[in-house]
Unconditional design. Structure first.
Length: 108
């Protein structure tokens, strides 16, 4: 099944430790049914400390986003700025367009 959220969409996390966080979708993993949301599901990653050619230190403790399951997010309606379900319709040329169910407006 194809995910209904795409890269660049604004979504709100509705479950998990980042519940209530609103962010932009950075990456979609359709095979695993997961997405990467900016500012949500932040984890602490320990990386090996190294040194660059110029002598700067790299590594240490890094905070980064981890993928979150698509079922734990909802699209934010572009008009009302509230979370909404996603539907679809066909335009005059036969192209499929995503529609926000709350306001019945097209989602870019």
């Amino acid at each position: 099944m194809k995910p209904k959220v795409k890269k660049g969409d604004t979504v709100e996390v509705i479950a998990g430790k980042s519940k209530g966080v609103t962010g932009t979708v950075l990456r979609v993993y359709p095979v695993e049914h997961k997405i990467l949301v900016e500012g949500a599901n932040r984890v602490t990653k320990h990386t090996k400390v190294g040194q660059t050619q110029r002598g700067a230190k790299t590594g240490g403790i890094v905070h980064q986003e981890a993928p979150i399951h698509i079922s734990n997010v909802m699209l934010v309606d572009p008009e009302s700025k509230k979370r909404t379900r996603v539907g679809s319709r066909f335009d005059d040329d036969g192209n499929k367009i995503r529609v926000a169910k709350r306001s019945n407006k097209d989602v870019s």
